[in-house]
Design a protein. Structure first.
Length: 265
């Protein structure tokens, strides 16, 4: 299988290294990643400055070829599939990660990791986002997550990814024997409260620091947040199809059905 890997932590991140080294043992891996950390970039694209892409002379982490860009995670996948990879190198799968830190609940709206995978899905390629729910980023911390992804791909061999959909995966920061299983979960609400600390710098100027507190959910909740807290790997199908069809019908009844037409203004 040909796999395009990217991330939002940058080409030098231990997560992308562990993932590429593991997958390249059985697959043809290509890497296109930011040249620096671009966490919380969301689904931004580079429009008003030149987007530069440089191929590494020596492919890294077992990949067949690797490039770095000055762009966003979304740029990496978009330009990779549309302009950089040859016809023979077009990916069968896009994997974003392994992210340094969790991407759970509504926080995925800010995630460069998830948006990276979403860009693959938007271009019609099955895509997966993988995150390690930990703040420890040493190489050994990612080994089990990388192993799990390799095993998962074998399980998904006959799975047909729905159009406009990715799989968002979060792995607890535990050894394999301590993982309680896999949970197919819905997105939770949010991980942290929206609290900001007001501070004063040494020059007397006011600034703010995001300092939200962790939100707890019931242990029996069927969410990704609860799954990871219960030491399970969460897998959540996520779609960028944002249209709320039932609300369209409600609006149509209110705005267009009274007189049989929708030009009342």
């Amino acid at each position: 299988m040909k796999i395009l890997i990217s991330n939002d932590d940058g080409i030098a991140a231990n997560g992308i290294r562990a993932l590429s080294e593991a997958l390249s043992e059985e697959h043809d891996v290509y890497i296109i990643a930011p040249d620096r950390e671009r966490s919380a970039a969301g689904h931004s694209l580079t429009l008003h400055t030149p987007l530069r892409v440089e191929e590494l002379e020596e492919p890294v982490y077992g990949a067949k070829r690797a490039w770095v860009t000055n762009g966003t995670p979304g740029d990496c996948v978009k330009i990779g599939i549309s302009a950089i990879l040859s016809e023979e190198e077009q990916p069968d799968l896009v994997i974003s990660g392994i992210n340094h830190g969790p991407n759970l609940g509504s926080d995925i709206l800010y995630s460069g990791t998830v948006s990276c995978a979403m860009e693959g899905a938007m271009l019609g390629v099955p895509s997966i986002a993988v995150s390690l729910a930990s703040m420890h980023y040493e190489p050994e911390n990612f080994r089990f997550s990388a192993h799990f992804v390799c095993a998962l791909l074998k399980k998904l061999k006959d799975f047909e990814f729905p159009s406009k959909c990715i799989l968002n995966i979060n792995v607890p920061p535990l050894d394999g024997e301590d993982i309680a299983g896999v949970a197919i979960a819905e997105l939770g609400n949010k991980m942290f409260t929206d609290n900001y600390e007001k501070r004063v710098d040494p020059r007397g100027k006011v600034y703010y620091w995001m300092a939200g507190e962790l939100i707890t959910e019931p242990e029996d909740a069927r969410t990704d947040l609860a799954a990871v807290r219960n030491n399970k790997i969460s897998i959540t199908p996520v779609t960028f199809e944002m249209t709320r069809v039932e609300t369209m019908l409600d609006l149509d009844k209110i705005l267009c059905r009274d007189k049989g037409y929708c030009s009342w203004f």
